[in-house]
Design a protein around this ligand. Structure first.
Ligand code: SIN
Ligand code: MN
Length: 303
């Protein structure tokens, strides 16, 4: 899938692109039906909401679940990021976020690259997120909120929040959020005829199968899900191979250590049989749980 010149301009300006309904209901169904089994597993790779049983994030399903292994090689997800970064990509992180009905908790304001830099020593922001909705996303079930253009600020100040939710994140404080939102258009509101006027926060909403691509420095958050409807979404965090992380402070199921370039499958891969490797099918290897604060040397390209 090739981006149009208009999409390239829009991505540069706003820091994200939204593709409503890019995947068909048949395609998303192959993914959706695999989620309940993954979420019931009592494994470290399932991080549950604070004090609850509901899964907040499932990590690394592309290494042990066939439909997600195919998604991790899907040309509609990989090719646009490859085009924007101009380089082969590896999978830095793969997550299926639950944001389950009534239980899904907030994601505080943050930039993903802040966490990748501070925890994983990823050298630059040459990495990107691409998300696919597995449920319809509406204003009711905790949609993502973006501050358009905030990626232009580069890496902003962040604080390691270890307590608010069950998942530690480098978060951005309210004063800076206020400034960034003001700069992006402020409060927004309604005109005299009651028509909405956009402000400095946007929330892409759409049917299951919609895709969002967003810059690793784009400041984003999401509210809790008080609705009776799940908001399951999958996030591929793709990193340019030359920009691979330099530290294994976090377990491998959170920050991957295999920097092999991703090779795409054909476009119909979610609906057809294609062989994919499932290296963690029989369990997570003990080495994946080992962590270290030591800096690792860059991997050199083969001559
Ligand atoms: C994230 O920012 O990584 C997740 C946010 C969400 O799923 O709402
Ligand atoms: Mn994020």
């Amino acid at each position: 899938m090739k981006l149009t010149p208009d999409q390239l301009v829009q991505f540069d300006r706003d820091g994200y692109l939204f593709f409503p309904g890019l995947f068909t209901p048949e395609e998303t169904q192959t993914l959706n039906q695999a989620v309940p089994d993954l979420y019931t597993r009592r494994e470290g790779y399932n991080v549950r909401e604070k004090g609850k049983d509901a899964v907040r994030t499932n990590f690394a399903a592309h290494l042990y679940s066939e439909p997600f292994a195919k998604l991790a090689r899907h040309p509609r997800m990989i090719e646009p990021v490859q085009e924007l970064l101009g380089e082969a990509l590896y999978m830095h992180q793969f997550k299926i976020n639950g944001k389950m009905a009534f239980e899904g908790d907030v994601w505080q304001w943050h930039q993903d690259y802040g966490t990748w830099l501070n925890d994983d020593l990823m050298p630059t922001e040459r990495a990107m997120n691409v998300a696919i909705f597995l449920d319809d996303v509406t204003e009711h079930n905790g949609p993502l909120m973006f501050i358009p253009g905030s990626h232009k600020k580069g890496v902003v100040d962040a604080r390691h929040d270890l307590t608010t939710t069950s998942y530690p994140l480098w978060t951005v404080d309210n004063d800076l959020i206020r400034q960034l939102v003001q700069r992006a258009g402020g409060k927004g509101g309604f005109d005299a005829a009651g028509r909405p006027i956009p402000g400095g926060i946007v929330s892409p909403k759409g049917p299951a199968g919609s895709m969002i691509l967003f810059h690793s420095c784009l400041v984003h958050a999401s509210g809790s899900n008080l609705s009776p409807f799940n908001r399951v979404s999958v996030y591929l965090s793709l990193c340019a191979v030359s920009n691979h992380i330099r530290r294994h402070k976090r377990p491998e199921y959170i920050a991957h250590r295999d920097f092999t370039p991703i090779e795409c499958l054909p476009d119909d891969c979610l609906l057809q049989d294609y062989a994919v490797a499932l290296p963690w099918k029989d369990g997570v290897p003990a080495t994946a749980l080992q962590t270290s604060m030591e800096e690792i040397a860059p991997k050199r390209k083969a001559a």
